[in-house]
Design a protein around this ligand. Sequence first.
Ligand code: SAH
Length: 211
Amino acid sequence: MIQNFQGMARKLTAKLRAEGISNPAVLAVIESTPRHLFMPESLAHKAYENTALPIGQGQTISQPLMVASMTQLLMQHDCHKVLEIGTGSGYQTAILAQLVDQVFSVERIAELQYQAKRRLKKLDLHNVSMRHGDGWQGWKSKGPFDGIIVTAAASEVPPALLQQLTDGGVMVIPVGTVTQRLIVVRRFGDEFEQKELGQVKFVPLVPGATV
Ligand code: SAH
C-alpha cells in the first residue's frame, strides 16, 4: 500500500518539468493526483515512474509525460468542454476534470469504464460524463467540444470527431499504425489545419463493436 505519494509525485513533476512541461496548472494537478489508484495494486509501486503500465484487457495507462504534453497542448487553446476518447484507467480523465469545466469520456471496454467511474467518484470529481461506446463516432449529442483528446492511435483522424469540434476548437490525436505521430488539428469554420508533432506509441483505436 502506498501511504504517502506526495514525495514521489513531486519527483515525477520535477522530471516532467525537465522534459519541457511548463504549464503550472498542469504540473500542479499531476503532483496532487494519486496515480497509484489508477492501476492494479501489484503495480502501484511503479506509479510515479515516467512509464506506461498495463491496466488489464490488453490496455495501458499512458506515460505521465504523454498525459502532461497532451493536456498542456489543450490548455494552450483555453479549452473548457473536452471530449476524451479512450477512458482507460481514467487517469487522463481525472487530470482534465481538474483543469476544465466539463469532461465527456468514451470507452469501448465496459469493465475499464466501470473501474474508472469508481476512481473518479472516490476522488470527488463529478464534472465527468462517461459513455460506453465507439470512440470513432465521438459523442454527437453532447457536442460540439472546444477540445478533443484521443488516447489511442487511429489509422486516420475520425471524420465524426472533426465534425464535433467547435469553430476554433482543437484536437490532439495519435495517428498511424506501425509508426504513429501525434497530430494537432484546429478547426476554422469548415477548414481544418493539421500540425504533426513527434513520434508516439499508443494502443490502437479499435474500430467497431464495444465489449
Ligand atoms: N488515457 C487512458 C489511456 C488508455 S489506453 C489512460 O491513461 O488510462 C486507450 C483506451 O482506449 C483503452 O482503454 C481502449 O479500450 C480504448 N479504446 C480503444 N479503441 C476504442 C474505441 N474505438 N472507442 C473507445 N475507446 C477505445
